[in-house]
Design a binder for this molecule. Structure first.
Ligand SMILES: Nc1ncnc2c1ncn2[C@@H]1O[C@H](COP(=O)(O)OP(=O)(O)OP(=O)(O)O)[C@@H](O)[C@H]1O
Ligand SMILES: [Mg+2]
Length: 419
């Protein structure tokens, strides 16, 4: 594959050359680019950015010439033309705002479907999304992170719901934990793995220890409700995403997303960028409508990626008349490409005991043999299989007898664990 790069970003050409099966041409003037585009054998793709100080209309013209010649256009507006990013995205051109050569090369590679031979690797990314609040996104994020670490996997959990950061109380994140919003304010040049590392919160209570379990680390934005001036613009979120997805030392990035999916289409971006989205799906009428809205949105904005959406059915609260069995068929008929991860049972008792515990404790440790924990392990196993993660530890065993007793007692914990 042939890529023309028009950029003065230092190190980008060298980085791009590490992409497998890619020949790179890097002319320094736009008229040379145009000559290549109108030649007999135009390149497969054109990467343009605003680092050479060329006026924006000239960049647009080059993009248009490339599109007319059937050449894919990739735009990176991180300098003087940054304000035009939304226009580019609305015109359907893949566009980002990235100042780091590693991150740009990783993005270009992902866009062109190429592997890096020695360059940065993009981690598998899973976003938990929904078009409705209170549906169980944060809850699912917590139990999946706990399920995955028990398989020896190292998880980076990114709380991207800064207006309602549910992971902070769930994991008892102290106010001393750093906030990545400060890093976002510092600008795109810092949104790379080295810049991000000091902003990762690695609590003692989620370290693997001698058990062989993986760790859970966090990127926390706000500790309560974020202030309006700290709001994150979508291009900044997308640029930051590239840095996070290139982080070292993790097997997976798990993102808890906010419910305002039109203003903050984070799950959509993850899907478009090759990641996976999990949609918690309780069967109630409003909840399934919320899931349907989200899937319709994906169908419009990432139609080829619906097979990377996975429904996680959630048993409803006591008293709700709709059942999971009622809705599985509905979703399968309406969205046949969408996959499923299984069903999480309700366990209000374990959830409440974990909430009331003096410090952080996982529901999986409060009821290690409960039907809830068993289901979590099965859902985790299904996720690993779907996204080709290779866990180093086998699925934890739950004892059938103790599971039966726990189920009979309403998920009473196996051993009293209250402080
Ligand atoms: N399987 C379950 N067993 C027990 N409680 C559950 C279960 N699933 C969800 N819950 C409870 O439902 C509530 C809402 O879930 P959660 O906060 O995860 O929703 P959310 O989608 O993240 O909401 P928001 O949009 O406000 O961030 C939580 O109190 C959680 O403990
Ligand atoms: Mg939440």
């Amino acid at each position: 594959m042939e890529l023309v790069i028009f950029s003065a970003l230092e190190g980008l050409q060298a980085r791009a050359e590490t992409l497998r099966d890619l020949a790179v041409l890097a002319p320094s003037r736009l008229d040379q680019v145009h000559r290549l585009l109108s030649g007999e054998r135009p390149p497969d793709a054109l990467y343009l950015d605003d680092s050479r100080g060329v006026p924006l209309p000239d960049l647009w013209r080059s993009a248009a010439i490339a599109q007319q010649a059937g050449v894919r256009v990739l735009l990176n507006l991180y300098g003087p033309a940054r304000a035009a990013l939304n226009d580019a995205q609305s015109a359907g051109i893949p566009a980002v705002s990235l100042a780091d050569a590693d991150a740009v090369a990783a993005w270009v590679g992902a866009q062109l479907g190429l592997d890096a031979t020695g360059g940065p690797r993009r981690l598998p990314v899973v976003a938990v999304g929904a078009a409705k609040g209170g549906i169980g996104k944060t809850f699912a994020t917590c139990v999946l992170a706990e399920g995955l670490r028990r398989r020896g996997l190292r998880i980076l959990v990114w709380d991207s719901d800064i207006s309602n950061p549910g992971l902070v109380p769930a994991f008892r994140v102290p106010s001393s934990a750093p906030s990545y919003l400060h890093l976002i304010q510092r600008g795109p040049a810092h949104w790379n793995p080295t810049g991000i590392r000091p902003f990762i919160y690695a609590p003692d209570h989620t370290r693997g220890g001698s058990s062989g379990w993986g760790d859970i680390d966090f990127l926390i934005g706000s500790h309560s409700v974020a202030r309006a001036e700290n709001d994150v613009r979508l291009p900044d979120w997308q640029g930051f995403f590239e840095g996070v997805a290139a982080a070292d030392g993790y097997d997976l990035v798990l993102i808890d997303t906010p419910p305002d999916y039109l203003r903050r289409p984070y799950a959509t971006h993850v899907l478009q960028q090759g990641g996976t989205v999990i949609l918690p799906a309780p069967p109630g009428a409003r909840e399934r409508m919320g899931v349907g809205h989200m899937l319709d949105h994906f169908r419009e904005h990432a139609p080829d990626r619906l097979d990377h959406c996975l429904l996680l059915f959630m048993e409803p609260e006591r008293g709700v008349t709709a059942t999971v069995a009622d809705v599985t068929g509905l979703f399968a008929r309406r969205y046949p490409q969408v996959g499923t991860l299984g069903t999480l049972p309700r366990s209000p008792r374990l959830a409440s005991m974990a909430d009331e515990y003096d410090g952080y404790i996982s529901m999986l440790d409060l009821g290690p043999h409960s039907p809830f924990t068993q289901a979590t392990h099965q859902v985790t196993e299904a996720l690993c299989a779907r996204i080709s993660l290779a866990p180093s530890l086998p699925m934890p065993r739950t004892s059938p007898w103790r599971r039966f007793v726990a189920g009979f007692q309403g998920d009473r914990p196996a051993a009293p664990a209250m402080a």
